[in-house]
Write a protein that binds this ligand. Structure first.
Ligand code: PMT
Length: 409
């Protein structure tokens, strides 16, 4: 296998096939993706099935083909949201002019359209159409919209077309599409780096049935872990108790208490290049844990707490400390407190967020971040946590590489 294709090993590629004569090449494409080590699942539009049979695509992909958005049987197996989450990348080849328009306008009226909207994975389209359809201003507007949103367009190629005309609009050959799909994973901004991320709350036991904790759901930290992995990093996620699924192919270390999280971080941080502390770690924990459930007694009871180890500050103080990013969860004076944490914990960056209301911070699906580092900063406006995490990772990568360059020059 060509070394350029190695990044496809164990990757999950969702191959979308839309209606066009180039669909006959999708079978070869699926086979080549599998030869390169990828796992392939195929989604076909109704029009695609006029050009190539689902049975053929099932045989070459080695998996059942997905056809309908509202098919109870399919939804009971791997539903459309699960399928969107399953993918490490979505490649639609061929992508017809109509399908490009659909994605550009966010239409979810069939399974493939819905998947393109629902996935957080990189999305690539391989356009295939008549040259006049390709050069039509409507298609070119759609192309610009798609590219501005980060959708990759693979091709089209120029040449003789099925309709006998010559010009741009041919689908790229399968071997070229496989190489470009591998390229989605090869050149990430964190390629080859090891990252340790903490996420979720900690639980500090009072007795066998009670604990002190907080409202962290882990959504922010998990989204950062996925974004770092997408950017090419090898990720270790040290997680407090949450109900989120383990992102595929990521090392998750489960912990409960702040002390356990501290120990797990120190055991995993040695060869790490970047550490991101997104967990909501309990600052204090009970001095002792009762062996049995504490019984009701007097009207008042006193719980004696002691400071938990500061994980973030400990990592930043290591002799060969990784690039260290801390969070600041604040309900007032966001910037003032964030700057104080940057200095007090001696970290490279602080990502500060409001946690006072229901719309951002703890538990919510969206968040906004104020990033601060020595001599600079950036604001990442409110967005779904998966998108925000990708933006955060892009800034962290830029600052990490800038720091390394400054140290080596
Ligand atoms: O999990 P979600 O529901 O998605 O919510 C996301 C979040 C609000 C939890 C997340 O965005 C966030 O702000 N995480 C940090 C929460 C926090 O504990 O903030 P802090 O300001 O108390 O702590 C500052 C930093 O020190 C944090 O990086 C924290 O991980 C770290 N810390 C704190 C105490 C301690 N003993 N050890 C630490 O490492």
């Amino acid at each position: 296998m060509s070394s350029d294709l190695r990044p496809l090993a164990n990757k999950r590629i969702l191959l979308g096939v839309t209606g066009g004569i180039a669909a006959y090449k999708s079978a070869d494409l699926a086979r080549r993706l599998r030869d390169a080590g990828a796992e392939v699942r195929v989604v076909m539009t109704r029009a695609a099935t006029e050009f190539i049979t689902p049975l053929t695509m099932q045989a070459v992909s080695g998996n059942p083909v997905h056809l309908h958005l509202l098919d109870p049987q399919t939804e009971a197996g791997m539903g459309h949201i699960e399928l969107a989450r399953w993918a490490d990348a979505v490649l639609v080849a061929p992508a017809s002019a109509g399908f490009m328009a659909k994605v550009a306008h966010g239409l979810a009226d069939d399974l493939l359209g819905a998947l393109c909207l629902a996935t957080a994975a990189p999305l690539a389209l391989a356009p295939a159409m008549n040259r006049l359809m390709w050069s039509n201003p409507a298609t070119q507007d759609n192309r610009r919209v798609l590219e501005s949103r980060g959708v990759r367009l693979f091709g089209p190629a120029e040449g003789e077309q099925a309709c006998g005309e010559v010009g741009p609009g041919r689908m790229l050959e399968p071997h070229a599409l496989v190489e470009m799909t591998a390229g989605l994973f090869a050149g990430g901004c964190l390629s080859g780096l090891n990252i340790v991320i903490t996420a979720g709350p900690t639980r500090e036991a009072i007795d066998p049935v009670r604990f002190i904790s907080n409202r962290s759901s882990g959504k922010m930290g998990y989204a950062i872990a996925v974004a770092a992995q997408e950017a090419g990093a090898t990720v270790t996620l040290i997680s407090g108790p949450v109900v989120l699924p383990v992102p595929p192919r990521l090392k998750r270390v489960n912990v409960e208490s702040a002390v356990q999280m501290y120990e797990a971080v120190l055991a995993n941080v040695r060869d790490c290049d970047i550490f991101i502390g997104a967990a909501a770690v309990a600052d204090y924990h009970p001095v002792s844990r009762a062996a049995h459930k504490i019984k009701k007694g007097q009207n008042e009871m006193t719980l004696v707490l002691e400071r938990s180890p500061d994980i973030l500050a400990s990592v930043a103080a290591l002799p060969e400390a990784p690039y260290t990013v801390g969070f600041a969860a604040e309900t007032e004076n966001l910037e003032v407190h964030a700057r104080a944490k940057l200095a007090a914990k001696d970290v490279d960056m602080v990502a500060a967020n409001w946690v006072g209301g229901p719309d951002t911070g703890f538990e919510s699906d969206e968040n906004a971040l104020l990033l601060i580092w020595e001599g600079g900063g950036a604001e990442l406006p409110c967005a779904p946590k998966d998108r925000l995490a990708r933006e955060l990772i892009a800034v962290i990568a830029e600052r990490y590489h800038a720091k390394n360059k400054a140290q080596t020059s």
